[in-house]
Design a protein around this ligand. Structure first.
Ligand code: SF4
Length: 426
């Protein structure tokens, strides 16, 4: 059994550093205009990407350039120019989805490795073989597949590399092929500008009440009450109706199966998520993959790390038939992470035992906090606080920067201060 690569999102340089520090083998990132993260994307220029690629290379980690938008005619030349500049920097692979652009890269830069983006919606071995024959080195399968389908694709396409998503938000559409956001707000999901419209609260109204009166024997109202297959059961809570808002993917329960069937890479979604979310998610899958490699059970800390982050409720997606996809998320508002970030550490003075911090949530003298760092988790009590004006303080409020806190353990700018929360509903 070969341990798959752990692939993490890098929305900016800080997140890239966090992902690698907490155990990712490879990261993916791309420019706002040519990858599917048009907003909150820190890699605006070719120079930004050059620094990122160099940073990975120095640490013998892999950098994949996400170039997976589908360009309209007026963007083709700019896309090609940008790609040529970045290919010269030698990223380890490009992640692409547009067949024409892929063909152009294969022709002009035959040495460049290309991974087929999930946006190309590959769901069977014949399509995967087709892309392999065209020179694609790796296919990222769509999320809408069962484990046995993934296994069959791997068996029938060897030595093609297969990558799958294991963690993060799930699209209600077939992996991003969606016009909802574009229709509602002129933000095209296929150009990297999705507004997550499927997660809004929605209301169902009869289109023409006089034509479809809701009566007891009316087929529509009967269907709504039915629990038969094919009927979407719409539930509501006090916040509204969320019938298009999928729970988040967490494939830890099936990770060992994915390793056994031979996936080459397991991928975490979320270039716009916070550095803390990224650190916890990467830590969880690193712990799990390392345990599986040693023939051990996935440790409880891996699941704990996942629950320490905000989520919309977790599921193992389409991988197992035991876990059908509950798209209704009436419980989403009641889900609370088991921990919160109290502060991000920006500097550490080892001689004085003091850390400089940016405060995210209120910190008081006497608080029991956890130092969450790439080296592990340690606990301490807050005995000294200094505010941004270097004055002693009893409380530090959210948003304050350049404050100081006593810190009995060594740490660095990739570390966080975390507060455990009661596991109660909001
Ligand atoms: S609106 Fe929802 S379904 Fe559509 S692309 Fe965005 S996340 Fe996917």
């Amino acid at each position: 059994m070969k341990t798959p690569e752990l692939l993490a999102p890098a929305g900016d340089m800080e997140k890239l550093q966090v992902a690698l520090a907490y155990g990712a083998d490879a990261v993916y990132a791309g420019q706002p205009q040519f990858s599917l993260r048009g907003r909150e994307n820190g890699f605006k220029t070719v120079e930004d990407l050059a620094r990122a690629i160099e940073y990975c290379r120095e640490r013998e980690k892999l950098f994949y350039l996400a170039s997976n938008t589908v360009p309209h005619n007026n963007k083709v030349l700019a896309f090609q120019k940008s790609l040529a500049e970045i290919i010269a920097l030698e990223p380890h692979a490009l992640i692409m989805s547009d067949p024409g652009m892929i063909h152009w890269v294969r022709t002009e830069f035959p040495e460049t490795e290309v991974h087929l983006s999930v946006q190309a919606n590959t769901v069977n071995y014949i399509s995967a073989k087709f892309w392999h024959d065209l020179g694609i080195n790796r296919v990222i399968l769509t999320r809408e597949l069962k484990l046995r389908e993934v296994e069959e694709i791997i068996e029938k396409t060897f030595p093609l590399e297969i990558e799958v998503f294991v963690h993060g938000a799930v699209c209600m559409a077939s992996s991003g092929r969606c016009m909802l956001s574009n229709y509602l707000s002129y933000r095209d999901a296929n150009q990297g500008n999705c507004n997550n419209a499927c997660r809004f609260p929605w209301e169902v109204k009869p289109a023409a009440v006089e034509l479809h009166p809701i009566e007891n024997d009316n087929p529509i109202s009967k269907a709504a009450e039915s629990t038969q297959e094919g009927v979407i059961v719409v539930e509501e809570d006090q916040h509204g109706t969320y019938f298009m808002n999928s729970r988040d993917l967490c494939a830890l329960p099936v990770l060992e199966d994915l390793v056994k069937i031979g996936v080459a890479s397991v991928k975490i979604e979320g270039r716009t998520k916070s550095p803390y979310y990224l650190a916890k998610s990467v830590q969880a899958y690193r712990l799990a993959l390392d345990a599986i490699a040693k023939g051990e059970k996935i440790p409880a800390e891996a699941m704990q790390a996942v629950f320490d982050t905000e989520n919309r409720g977790l599921m193992s997606g389409f991988y197992t038939s035991q876990d059908p996809i509950p798209q209704n998320l009436s419980a989403a508002k009641d889900i609370q992470a088991h921990a919160e970030v109290a502060a991000k550490i920006t500097k550490y003075n080892s001689e004085k035992g003091i850390a400089t911090i940016d405060v995210r949530n209120r910190i008081s003298l006497g608080d029991n906090l956890e130092l969450f760092s790439p080296e592990g988790n340690k606990y301490f009590t807050v005995t000294n606080l200094t505010n941004q004006k270097s004055q002693n303080a009893e409380i530090l409020h959210p948003g304050l920067k350049n404050c100081e806190i006593n810190m009995p353990f060594s740490c660095n700018e990739l570390s966080f201060l975390v507060r455990r929360l009661q596991k109660t509903k909001k």
